[in-house]
Design a protein. Sequence first.
Length: 79
Amino acid sequence: MISSLFATATCIGCGCTDHRACLNPHSGEPCSWLRVDRAKGTGVCSECQAFTSRWDEEARAAAGVAGTPANPTPATPNP
C-alpha cells in the first residue's frame, strides 16, 4: 500500500507522468491530475479532460456498478 502512494502514474490521454508533465499551451503551466490511481500507475491529467468519461466508466465497470458495459442492467419487462 505505501509503495503505491509513491508510484509514478502515466496519463491515459497524452502519456505524461509525474516526472514529465505536459504544459498548457496558453499559460505554459504544468498539468495536474484530475484522476489518478497510484496502484495501477495510470491517471488523467488536466490537459486530457476528454478522457475523464472513459476513466469514470472503466472505474464503474471495475467496481461492478450496474449499468456499465461490464455489468449491464437487465431490461425489466413492463407489467
